[in-house]
Design a protein around this ligand. Structure first.
Ligand code: CUA
Length: 321
């Protein structure tokens, strides 16, 4: 029982969504702070309990009473005060400044219910590159993240990379992320924002700088033309069903901005903000069971469509990359 409880609690220490497995400059500081504070707390706990046992088990005689008082004042008051003061000033001194400016790219992330609008704002003055539900970052650079929200408060948190920052409607907060190694990490909304709050996640893909630049240049382009007859039929279904009223696919008449931009949705790792894999099956499931997969989502479900239409639509979406 105890062993499995330990295994369970330690299971969260490694992996793609853990503050204790840092892959970012700020996250490394926070992980160090955690271990130092934990060690300090363990020392304090042992000393206080040691003092408690010593005092309660002593046979109270006139001269041992004095020793008891010394133990209580020393180990119970003086030592904790000094130790906690040291830990506090240490913590304050190494705390990263989450608002420190970035040194290159800026990304604006908007919290929607329940997905992430992502806009890359390159330095070269080009227009924003619009994406959704996935964040890509170059390793070794400090990227500024500008945060806001559409209707309710959300919170942006990628535990492996850095601290957590709230996102407010009508207000901009900011933070910076400085990944120290490549990999895929998981971000999650950390502020209760309605029914599907728990289903508001996003992968963060950290790439070598040149790969990131190549990806961003590709992401800026219009959507690929349908590759085969099935995808072409899917494109017709997409436009006929009015999907373009909510979603944009650049290079097509679909220009909606209510829902996620789908221009390169087939190249993302997940759909539905981290809920399903971005595979043809994933798209099919999402279209047929939207309301089951993500309760209260604004997107209607398309289970009434003929099955072949759904399959073609899924083929078309998977081909958008
Ligand atoms: Cu968005 Cu919780």
């Amino acid at each position: 029982g105890v062993a499995s409880a330990c295994a369970l609690s330690l299971g969260g220490c490694t992996g793609v969504q853990s503050v204790l497995d840092p892959a970012g400059a700020d996250a490394e500081v926070l992980a160090t702070l955690f271990w130092v504070l934990l060690s300090g707390a363990v020392v304090l706990w042992l000393l206080l309990n040691g003092a408690f046992f010593y005092v309660t088990r002593m046979r109270v005689r006139p001269h041992s009473r004095k020793i008891g008082e010394a133990v209580i004042i020393g180990a119970g008051i003086a030592f904790p005060t000094v130790l906690l003061a040291i830990l506090l000033s240490y913590g304050l001194s190494i705390m990263p400044d989450q608002r420190a400016p970035g040194d290159g790219l800026t990304v604006r992330v908007t919290g929607e219910q329940w997905w992430w609008r992502v806009e890359y704002l390159p330095q070269d003055g080009g227009g924003p590159v619009v994406s959704a539900n996935e964040l890509r970052l170059p390793v070794g650079a400090r990227t500024e993240i500008k945060l806001t929200a559409a209707k309710v408060i959300h919170s942006f948190w990628v535990p492996n990379l850095g601290g957590k920052m709230d996102m407010f409607p009508g207000r901009e907060t900011r933070m910076a992320l400085e990944p120290t190694r490549t990999g895929v990490f998981r971000g999650q909304c950390a502020e209760f924002c309605g029914t599907s709050h728990a289903l508001m996640a996003f992968p963060v893909v950290v790439l070598p700088p040149e790969e990131f630049e190549a990806w961003l240049a590709k992401e800026r382009e219009d959507a690929a033309a349908p590759a085969d007859a099935a995808a072409e039929r899917g494109r017709e279904v997409f436009l006929a069903e009015g999907c373009g009223a909510c979603h944009a696919v650049r290079g097509t008449p679909a220009k909606g901005a209510v829902g996620p931009d789908l221009t390169h949705v087939g190249g993302r790792r997940t759909i539905g903000a981290g809920t399903l894999p971005a595979t043809a099956e994933g798209f099919g499931q999402w279209l047929a069971r939207t309301d089951h997969i993500k309760p209260d989502v604004r997107m209607p479900t398309y289970r009434a469509l003929p099955e072949q239409d759904l399959i073609d639509l899924a083929t078309y979406l998977k081909g958008l990359r």
